[in-house]
Ligand binder design. Structure first.
Ligand SMILES: C[S@@+](CC[C@H](N)C(=O)[O-])C[C@H]1O[C@@H](n2cnc3c(N)ncnc32)[C@H](O)[C@@H]1O
Length: 304
């Protein structure tokens, strides 16, 4: 989710499914079995669409969040042995493939950000619709070494918080929000964080004023751009010859990283960028699923 999207947590529909299939090269019937990696399996919406597209597809699904993975396991159970799910960051894809003795994949999908299931579970602290819950926001709540948003809010320096809100949230009033956070310390609940954001953040027509602050904290807590930068490089190295990487971005920091990584891979002779410009959802999809509005798809094909 992003400043460009609302907290539409009731919507579970995967975005740009047809475009994902097209750019992964799966729109035509397959002549041989293929391994596709869904690096951010989430609720399993894209995974199910991929598996439905062709009986020759085998899927490795990864997610950092153990609770989401349990949900994906239930949803994808009908596909039996065609599916393997592993709790891991896509940043560690090469290790996962080696540990499970899997071949080089012919397609990798990354659908970045947070899933509607995570937003719906108020105890996770991702949603500004929460109340007395702790602003936790870790993708893996069993990781005791990972910092929480609450820790950042109460311990990070003013300068660090301003950087986080500007870089990851693109909050135009970052300094005012951070001054509000410092005044409100210690912040213990989602409600307290929301009040600070509501009083200080930029008010837009489309979004709740806390949207950018919540997005920024989530990206910082989970070091999402670090995982993305490393993950893109590994994905391109890991794909089989002629294999394709498709990334769905929701936020401009993510998009910049993808654009640069693809350009550098092309310059290094590793393959071709398939999307000269980012591809967006059709008007028809936007009518059905407004969550797709900020989505930008970029794709890369590794040299054969
Ligand atoms: C937008 S959702 C994916 C939704 C999914 N495509 C679907 O159709 O249901 C993003 C998911 O990626 C997971 N995630 C975020 N960063 C990750 C990473 N570095 N590695 C693996 N999973 C990650 C989140 O936990 C979340 O479940």
């Amino acid at each position: 989710m992003s400043p460009g999207s609302d907290d539409l947590s009731h919507v579970h529909e995967p975005v740009m499914v047809q475009e994902v299939l097209d750019y992964l090269g799966l729109a035509q019937p397959l002549t041989e079995e293929r391994l596709i990696v869904d690096g951010t399996v989430g609720a399993g919406g894209h995974a199910a669409a991929l598996l439905d597209a062709d009986a020759g597809i085998r899927l490795l699904g990864l997610d950092r969040d153990p609770q989401i993975l349990a949900h994906a396991e239930r949803r994808l159970a009908p596909y039996g042995e065609r599916v393997q799910l592993v709790r891991s960051s896509y940043m560690h894809l090469q290790d996962v493939l080696a540990a499970h003795q899997l071949p080089m994949p012919s397609g990798i999908l990354l659908d970045l950000g947070v899933s509607s299931l995570q937003l719906d579970d108020m105890s996770r602290g991702f949603s500004f619709r929460g109340d007395e819950e702790v602003p936790d926001m870790r993708f893996d709540p069993t990781d005791d070494e990972a910092i929480t948003a609450q820790y950042l809010l109460n311990h990070a320096s003013e300068r660090e918080l301003v950087r986080i809100l500007q870089e990851y949230g693109e909050e135009p009033r970052a300094r005012a929000v951070v001054r509000g956070i410092l005044r409100a310390r210690p912040i213990q609940t989602i409600k307290e964080l929301c009040e600070v954001a509501q009083q200080n953040a930029l008010r837009g027509r489309r979004h709740h004023p806390a949207t950018r602050t919540f997005q920024a904290l989530r990206i910082a807590v989970n070091e999402e751009l670090l995982h993305l930068e490393r993950g893109l490089g590994h994905a391109i190295e890991t794909l089989a010859p002629g294999g394709r990487l498709v990334v769905l971005c929701f936020q401009s920091g993510e998009e910049r990283l993808v654009k640069v990584a693809f350009r550098e891979a092309k310059l290094a002779g590793k393959g071709e960028v398939l999307t000269r410009k980012p591809v967006r959802a059709t008007a028809e999809e936007l009518r059905r699923n407004p969550r797709a509005r900020p989505t930008r798809l970029r794709a890369f094909e590794v040299g054969a």
